[in-house]
Every structure is written in structure tokens, then in C-alpha cells.
Ligand binder design. Structure first.
Ligand code: HEM
Ligand SMILES: [Ca+2]
Length: 189
């Protein structure tokens, strides 16, 4: 893969391409989730849903594969509706949309979201009858919140920014392997 030209969405997922060959297999999604501290059940369910959901979409013109590979270079084709719009159609980061999340929803603290603020934000993203998009968005934000909220139940702007460019996952893996405490990330972000 051409690292210099990676868009933000590619950066978001490349952590899960464990051997960096440009393809994410279900086993790699599983290993990536385990590496950031998720349990076996969540990691298994995530691997099935993510790879079944995104494999065909990211392999245009190729025949269906029971190995459910995801092509990192085409990951923007896996975008769904009812998202925040922070990733554009090409998978690029739209800074104004990112800032808008906090301008519109972060009432309690300017640089963080509470659980309720996150709920309102997710609802505001919903497009009519786009149930698949609602579910995908809900799961993405819920997992992020439950893994990374601080001890006061706040999801920090820095953490969300780092999720968008994937650096969060690297950090979580490092923290997990260097410390034994549960959710050590809370102390750093
Ligand atoms: C713990 C792991 C993960 C978390 C917490 C997470 C969280 C998120 C969040 C918060 C968004 C932003 C949604 C928005 O802007 O509304 C997102 C977008 C996305 N994620 Fe993940 N993600 C994870 C793993 C993955 C993996 C493994 C893949 C695929 C290999 C993936 C593919 C995507 C795609 C394609 C989008 C774009 C959705 C869109 O803009 O429509 N994510 N994710
Ligand atoms: Ca791979």
C-alpha cells in the first residue's frame, strides 16, 4: 500500500490489517479487537459482522469470497448512511464536520461528550428509514464510548480524533501490553 497517500478511513482500519498486506481477514479483525483489550465474544461478533458486511463492498468487480477479505484501499466504499459526515465519500477527514460535533452537542464540557450528548448526536445523524446505517453508527459509537470514556463518563475530543485516524488503536494496544490495569487509556487521553 502507498502509505503516503492513505486517506483517514484507511488509517482508521489499517491497524486491523495485522500483516499489512492490504487485506483484512476476519482473523485479523478478531486479533485487532483482542489487541485493544476486547473480549473473545465481542471480538468474534465484530469479526463476523464487519467482514461479512464490508467484504463485497470493498472488492468491486471481484467475485464473492468465503474468506470475507476487506480491501483496505477501497474501505471508503464501506461507508454507510446516518454517519457524522466526518469522513467524506473519499474517506478524507472533514475538519469542519468534526468541530461541528462539539459545537452542537458538547454542552457539559466543550471538549468531551457525555453519554446523553452522544445519544443526541447519534440521533441527529439519522437519515430516514436507514436502519442499517442507524445500527452501524450506534455500534461504532457505543463501542468507542464504552472502551474509552474516562472515569467521569466523558468521551474526550482527543480520543475521538485519534479514533478517526486510527492512532487510538495503536495507543490502546501499547497501553494494554505495558500495563495490567483495566482501561489504562483513561489516564492518558
Ligand atoms: C474497536 C474498533 C472500532 C471502533 C471503536 C470504531 C469506531 C468508529 C467510529 C466512531 C466511526 C465514525 C462514524 C461516524 O463518523 O459517524 C467509524 C467509522 C468507520 N469504521 Fe470503524 N471502528 C472500529 C473498527 C473498525 C474496523 C475493524 C473497520 C473495518 C475493517 C471499521 C470500518 C469503519 C468504516 C468503513 C467507517 C466509516 C463509516 C461511515 O463514515 O459511514 N471500523 N468507526
Ligand atoms: Ca492482512
Amino acid at each position: 500500500m502507498e502509505n503516503n497517500e492513505q486517506n483517514f478511513l484507511q488509517k482508521h482500519v489499517v491497524f486491523f490489517d495485522r500483516n499489512k498486506d492490504g487485506i483484512i481477514y476476519p482473523s485479523e479483525t478478531f486479533q485487532g479487537f483482542r489487541a485493544i483489550g476486547c473480549g473473545i465474544l465481542l471480538s468474534s461478533v465484530a469479526a463476523v459482522f464487519i467482514n461479512v458486511g464490508l467484504s463485497s463492498k470493498t472488492r468491486p468487480g471481484k467475485s464473492f469470497s468465503l474468506h470475507f477479505p476487506i480491501e483496505v484501499k477501497n474501505i471508503q466504499m464501506g461507508k454507510h448512511g446516518s454517519d457524522s459526515g466526518v469522513y467524506d465519500k473519499e474517506g478524507r477527514f472533514v475538519a469542519s464536520k468534526f468541530e461541528e460535533i462539539f459545537a452542537k452537542h458538547a454542552y457539559t464540557h466543550p471538549n468531551a461528550l457525555t453519554s446523553n450528548e452522544l445519544k443526541t448526536f447519534m440521533k441527529s445523524n439519522r437519515e430516514k428509514k436507514d436502519y442499517g446505517g442507524w445500527l452501524s453508527g450506534y455500534v461504532e459509537w457505543k463501542i468507542l464510548f464504552s472502551l474509552c470514556k474516562d472515569k467521569n463518563g466523558l468521551l474526550h475530543k482527543d480520543t475521538i480524533r485519534a479514533a478517526y485516524d486510527g492512532s487510538l488503536f495503536e495507543l490502546m494496544e501499547k497501553e494494554k501490553s505495558s500495563k495490567k490495569h483495566a482501561n489504562p487509556l483513561k489516564s492518558t487521553i
